[in-house]
Design a binder for this molecule. Structure first.
Ligand code: FAD
Length: 379
């Protein structure tokens, strides 16, 4: 496995760092406080090629590989995790689903708009009563002539209101049948499709999270993605890639928290010494740095397998599980290192602390990752 930082990755991280200084850092506190999803920012990210990182150039994307994708998400999330979350959901979930399972005509219709940031994508699997157990979803799609009629509610959907197009997984067969669900692309403005309630969240507040409501929503059969009955199986494959994105997001948050802590510990004096000179603090920093490095190796291992089109369910679950727990631990320790100041909005670590927790929940909780890993090693 080659995890050396290529010249390409160095250029990408430098570009994001410069972009973030001008376009994210000055506004991120306001977005966080007002829970504002900054749509114009995503258009600019599209111009930089970051809204279609993995999409081949023939569909308007950047045509990069998974190591570059890990770098993109880590670097953005080091600045603002909530922007990282939206970039991840757009690239991995909506765009990723369409890229993997659409026909050539469908790809030509939808991917260029998503890959350039003209459109923002959403992906709806979760429902109010079926999160971890998504296969028991209640949203139904009934075939009527050349259309499907969709009824039901999805919740916790990233860009559920603002998204220009949503991939929606709905039941077309029996409950409990993993081949009883089908994926559809539903454009914003389709009669019967509305974005519902917006969540008021602990962290990741600049990333929009809402319901998507379907009431007799008539979707042409041409918008079905792949074959009828394949939607849930497709989703599991999409999540294999998506989990690498949440691992990368976790790495960015953890790295940001570590760097802030190193700097602060050298500047803050107590007992006439910088607090970094206390072993109690330097040991914390050593543990944080080591765990981040281990999480990076797991994430790049999964990225490497994905680049080579090899099975990756276990490895992406391991990366997501470990990196997200490390992000929470590192962000928690960083608040501790900042002491009382860490508990205020004057320093960045309280935001890392709030944002990090989502990483152990979204795209399958830590417990669900352990189930995936357990099943794989016990079979
Ligand atoms: C900010 C945000 C953005 C999101 N974006 C999207 C999106 O774009 N699209 C989308 O479809 N979904 C999205 N989600 C939904 C997310 O994937 C779910 O919240 C997640 O899968 C967990 O489902 P749940 O919230 O219903 O929790 P539940 O499934 O109710 O779980 C509750 C608790 O029970 C545990 N648990 C459940 N089953 C088991 C079991 N078998 N063994 C042990 N423990 C178990 C869980 O680990 C958890 O601790 C998002 C969520 C958030 C918060």
């Amino acid at each position: 496995m080659n995890v050396e930082v290529s010249e390409n990755i160095s250029m990408i991280t430098e570009m994001i760092r410069n972009f973030g200084e001008k376009e994210i850092k000055p506004y991120m506190r306001e977005w966080d406080e007002k829970q504002e999803f900054p749509v114009p920012l995503f258009k600019k990210l599209g111009e930089l090629g970051l809204m279609g990182v993995l999409v081949p150039q023939k569909y308007g994307g950047s045509g990069m590989g998974y190591h570059e994708y890990v770098a993109v998400l880590s670097e953005i999330s080091k600045i603002d995790g909530s922007i990282g979350l939206s970039v991840a959901a757009h690239n991995s979930l909506c765009t990723g689903h369409l890229l993997q399972f659409c026909s050539e005509d469908q790809k030509n219709n939808w991917l260029p708009k998503l890959a350039t940031g003209e459109w923002i994508g959403a992906w709806g699997l979760t429902e109010p009563n079926t999160g971890s157990d998504a296969g028991r979803m209640k949203t139904v799609a009934k075939k009527e002539g050349s259309h499907y009629i969709i009824n039901g509610t999805k919740n916790f959907i990233t860009h559920g209101r603002t998204g220009d197009i949503a991939v929606v997984i709905a039941r077309t067969g029996e409950e409990g049948d993993s081949h009883g669900m089908t994926a559809f692309a539903v454009a914003k403005g389709t009669p019967g499709f509305t974005g519902g309630r917006k969540e008021d969240k602990l962290g990741m507040r600049a990333s929009e999270t809402t319901e998507m409501v379907f009431e007799d929503c008539k979707v042409p059969i041409d918008n079905m993605i792949g074959a009828e009955g394949e939607g849930f199986i497709q989703s599991l494959k999409v999540l294999d890639g998506g989990r690498i994105s949440i691992a990368s997001l976790s790495l960015g948050i953890a790295q940001g928290a570590l760097e802030a802590s190193i700097q602060y510990s050298k500047e803050r004096h107590q007992f006439d010494k910088p607090i970094s000179s206390f072993q109690g603090i330097s040991f914390k920093l050593a543990e944080m740095a080591t765990k981040i490095e281990a999480a990076k190796l797991l994430t790049n291992r999964a990225a490497d397998l994905k680049n080579r089109n090899e099975p990756v369910s276990k490895e992406s679950a391991m990366a997501k599980y470990y990196a997200s727990e490390v992000a929470v631990e590192v962000a928690t320790e960083s608040v501790q290192i900042f002491g009382g100041y860490g508990y205020t909005k004057d320093f960045p670590v309280e935001k890392y602390y709030r944002d990090a927790k989502l990483c152990t929940i979204g795209e399958g909780t830590t417990e669900i990752q352990k189930m995936v890993i357990g099943r794989s090693i016990l079979k």
